[in-house]
Design a protein around this ligand. Structure first.
Ligand code: SF4
Ligand code: SF4
Ligand code: SF4
Length: 242
């Protein structure tokens, strides 16, 4: 079965909010349906955000770290939001696993937002209907777009290349390879929703050391003067104090 999803690398995410901003930009003016926001491009935008970047400080001082956690609908394989919807407005597509809301059938009861354990549903007070991330369903198969732009707006915007998109049930997809190679995990597995979106954990950075750079560092003039001083040569006051 095909299950489209996002994979977000928490090790690469720098919390810049470009994904959230481009998501809002596309979904305000995109073809799936406009977002009716107050002051959407102003200093204090109000309204629906399909993608929100949360920030956490982890660890104990002085060994603390900051984790940026972008969050949008996880397109769960076992979505409680669909189960509780009294009008069947919420549904999961069989062809690609994307969870969507049919706005025409939504009565705005908000049951789905109570059922979602991730807080990923967004009520549009102006339209009186529930909205949420569509995985840019109006972009990913859109033949009016160049093939390399048929991806969710958040993925296209990420400057850190921290987001992958694809069929996580296809081992050859970039998304599935990221999960396999870097121990991708699901958020809140105990909720039993089997989220399709995955996260890659924070991990030690792979730093490539350049041997020439190391040698240059060892031969800094200040180091060489120190060496001379320890050998009994005269050394300037400045250098001696360093
Ligand atoms: S994350 Fe929430 S809204 Fe999205 S499919 Fe899962 S339960 Fe439904
Ligand atoms: S708010 Fe709309 S989508 Fe959510 S449960 Fe009610 S009818 Fe279904
Ligand atoms: S655009 Fe990329 S780096 Fe910036 S907050 Fe989103 S996921 Fe993180």
């Amino acid at each position: 079965m095909t299950q489209m999803a996002l994979v977000i690398d928490l090790n690469k995410c720098v919390g810049c909010h470009a994904c959230a901003t481009n998501c809002k930009s596309w979904n305000t003016g995109g073809q799936f349906g406009p977002l009716t926001d107050t002051n959407p491009y102003g200093k204090e935008p109000l309204g629906v955000w399909f993608n929100r970047v949360q920030t956490y400080e982890v660890g104990k001082f002085p060994h603390t770290d900051v984790v940026y956690f972008p969050k949008s609908c996880m397109h769960c394989k076992n979505p409680p939001c669909v189960e509780v919807c009294p009008t069947a407005a919420s549904y999961k597509r069989t062809e690609d696993g994307v969870v969507l809301v049919n706005y025409d059938d939504c009565i705005g009861c908000k049951y789905c937002s109570w059922a979602c354990p991730y807080g990923c549903r967004e009520f549009d007070t102006f339209d009186g209907v529930m909205k949420k991330c569509t995985l840019c369903a109006d972009r990913i198969y859109n033949e009016n777009l160049p093939p390399d732009e048929r991806k969710p707006a958040c993925v296209l915007a990420c400057p850190a290349k921290a987001r992958a998109f694809g069929d996580i049930d296809d081992p050859a997809s970039e998304a599935a390879r990221w999960i396999a190679e870097e121990k991708g995990f699901k958020a809140l597995p105990e909720a039993g929703t089997d989220p399709a979106n995955h996260y890659l954990p924070k991990r030690k950075a792979k730093v490539m050391l350049d041997r020439d750079m190391l040698t240059q560092h060892a031969q800094r003039p200040v180091d060489m003067e120190r060496k001379s001083a320890s050998a009994g040569d005269v050394v300037s006051e400045d250098v001696a104090q360093t």
